[in-house]
Design a protein around this ligand. Sequence first.
Ligand code: PAP
Length: 321
Amino acid sequence: METSKFFPIVETQDEGYQKTFKNCAELVPTLPRSKGWWLDELFQYQGFWMSSFPIRGSMLINDHFKPRPTDIIVATSPKCGTTWLRALVFSIINRAAFDFNDHPLRKLNPQELVLLFEGHIHKDGSTSFLDELPSPRLLSTHIPYSLFPKRMTDDTSACRFVYICRDPKDVLKSPLSLEEAFDLFCKGVSHYGPFWDHVLGYWKASVESPKKVLFLTYEDVKKEPLGCVRKVAEFLGVPFSQEEENRKTVEEIVKLCSFESLSNLDVNQSVAKRSERPVSNSDFFRKGEVGDWVNHLSPEMVEKMNQITEQKLQGIGFNFH
Ligand code: PAP
């Protein structure tokens, strides 16, 4: 039985779950802590700074999640394009099921269609609701690649990850002062950070297992949305047919999921905050542009951030320019 002050108590008779809750409740209070970026406390867990809920979500995934070969996991570092990629992948894999004019994305925010699975697992205290979902399951995560169990990452037939990242200069969105958020971010203390280690984990996996991990950048999707949508469809084993190309299905998907289209929908203009999250649907849509950092960061901040990025990503065959 769980007793930690960090988590809701979950009643369960299942000994396996009891063990995970106990391990987690004992572990979290012993971890290094820091002030968080969005005002909640962060803990350093397996090299990454996370609040307590994804730590428990991650432990539950490790101990109990049963991956399927058809699982698709949209993986991101926060503020890097989660909303956009959720919408794109949802529309790609469900393109035959819905009319673009009467599409679920017109009524629901992408986070309601593609669940952040560590969050829901944490809240439910169980992975069993995932067993009920039909295949292919489309899930979303911020968890770093190295924190997933080997049965998900080593086995090339277990599941697939579509990852998106973004120039870190464009992801500094925090209620803290810019100076404080910047300082913490550069020290690696941001949600699921260090940011660069998050990117590196997925980048390396995409190089080693290109059939398992597809690596995208926000900047590339902005520049070449049609090409990126085709790439995702191919990666997921559902390439566009000539007939679909003739019908301009790729263009329809790009248009439906564009910032202009999604951000103007009533559902995404809602400013109501949900009880369990301090964010509203409209918070997921701000400007949706590349390079808005020029309006916020000082030249010194830009130089420091570029230097860290250069150094961290040196020699890997990828950078944000
Ligand atoms: P999250 O981590 O809170 O889920 P996430 O969706 O990853 O946020 O990122 C939000 C960013 O994506 C915002 O960028 P900005 O602050 O530079 O404006 C948001 O505007 C942008 N965004 C959301 N939807 C789209 C979209 N359909 N196309 C392009 N950018 C988008």
